[in-house]
Design a protein around this ligand. Structure first.
Ligand SMILES: [Zn+2]
Ligand SMILES: [Zn+2]
Length: 171
């Protein structure tokens, strides 16, 4: 979504709110492709003089895999964030002292789509789960333990630990 801020820039304190829904490009994360539900965005832009403040409310959902049982999960994402937009200088300076949060725009048009996507990506959980009680897969045979127990020997330890124990016993 590209927003024309010509009107907004006519006076300090002017503001405008935009509501829209837009597709979000997938992202590659740890070898997994995460796709998003279309994002519902409310963007309030405020002319703050030398910059434009963008206040965002975004709702979407990320299609990921449960980190325990590898089943697809839809992780809901509802978030708010703020971005400061500044008009790009006509002649780019060497060091303009701008903070990283500041996004430059040109020709009175602010493209908010990248900011929405970047913040959605930041919001993704490192280890999504299909549910708090997900039992995951058996580390020995790979069976989904949510569907029932497997025939592997009952132990609370993972195989790596018992191998280690065997080694210690031998000494
Ligand atoms: Zn799971
Ligand atoms: Zn098993």
């Amino acid at each position: 979504m590209r927003i024309d801020v010509t009107e907004l820039r006519r006076g300090i304190g002017r503001e405008a709110t935009y509501e829209f829904r837009e597709a979000v490009q997938p992202v590659e994360m740890a070898g997994e492709t995460v796709t998003f539900e279309p994002a519902q965005v409310t963007a309030r832009l405020v002319n703050a003089g030398d910059s434009i403040g963008g206040y965002f409310e975004v709702s979407s959902g990320a299609h990921m895999l449960c980190s325990r049982c590898l089943k697809p999960v839809l992780v809901p994402i509802d978030m708010e964030f703020m971005v400061v937009y500044q008009q790009a200088p006509a002649t780019p300076g060497k060091d303009d002292g701008l903070e990283h949060e500041v996004v430059l725009y040109t020709e009175n048009r602010i493209d908010v789509s990248d900011d929405v996507r970047q913040h959605l990506v930041l919001e993704l959980p490192m280890k999504p789960v299909c549910g708090p009680s997900c039992k995951g897969l058996c580390l020995r045979c790979g069976k989904d333990l949510n569907e029932g127990d497997c025939d592997c020997p009952k132990t609370d330890e993972n195989p790596g630990m018992s191998v280690l124990k065997d080694l210690l016993k031998r000494e």
